[in-house]
Design a protein around this ligand. Structure first.
Ligand code: ATP
Ligand code: MG
Length: 197
């Protein structure tokens, strides 16, 4: 009898903080690709930018934001691995933890455009199917990657970025309804990004 392989989404990000654009993207891909689970993976040290909040704050905000969805989970693999985070290592660790699953790596159009610069890109392609979601303000240009499994999904336009959430918070503007309620409260409680209103 053929066994059914679990289908698992992997959504990497700095999540500094996690916002509703990330959650809508994950939810839409889960629905369109019939995923059993989406694992959110906060980065350790990103190779391309600095984080503002500590790894533990970013991790906890991601847990709070995803806690109510039975199909969403959060992984610490990138936080617990020392050094800079590379997607190849994320996918190796997630596939080692789920050896019988098919992985779907979810990223926005800005991130997919940078993909060819990733470490061990040929290995990366072999580890997952790539789903590029549309993102307001970014044109979707798929990398020229023969042999890669890649799909595009148009998702409801959420013109939100963590950068804008941080800026709004720092300048005393509300961030309610851009990030989940619990994340607004967590930001206020810990005084992140100047504290939330
Ligand atoms: P920052 O402004 O700090 O870069 P960000 O909002 O871009 O934050 P990231 O943590 O960098 O968030 O992104 C993680 C992933 O989520 C990336 O693949 C990114 O393209 C995607 N993403 C982020 N915001 C959206 C959005 N509003 N719609 C669709 N995809 C998004
Ligand atoms: Mg970004």
């Amino acid at each position: 009898m053929a066994t059914i392989r679990p289908r698992i989404g992997v959504m990497g990000g700095t999540f500094d903080p996690i916002h509703n654009g990330h959650l809508v993207a994950a939810s839409e891909v889960a629905n369109a690709f019939q995923l059993d689970e989406v694992i959110f993976v906060p980065t350790g040290l990103p190779w391309h930018k600095k984080t503002v909040s500590s790894a533990e704050h970013r991790y906890l905000m991601t847990v709070i934001a995803t806690a109510a969805n039975p199909n969403f989970t959060v992984s610490r693999v990138d936080l617990d691995r020392p050094g800079i985070t590379y997607t190849v290592d994320t996918l190796i660790d997630i596939s080692a933890a789920h050896p019988d699953a098919d992985l779907f790596f979810i990223s926005g159009s800005d991130a997919i455009a940078q993909i060819l610069a990733w470490k061990q890109i040929d290995k990366v392609w072999s580890l997952a199917h790539f789903v590029a979601v549309t993102r307001p303000g970014h044109t979707l240009e798929l990398p020229d990657a023969p042999g890669a499994q890649m799909s595009v999904l148009e998702v409801p336009a959420m013109a939100i970025s963590s950068t804008a959430v941080r800026e709004r918070s720092n300048t005393g503007k509300p961030i309610w309804y851009l990030v989940p309620d619990g994340v607004v409260q967590y930001i206020g409680k810990h005084g992140l990004y100047g504290g939330a209103k």
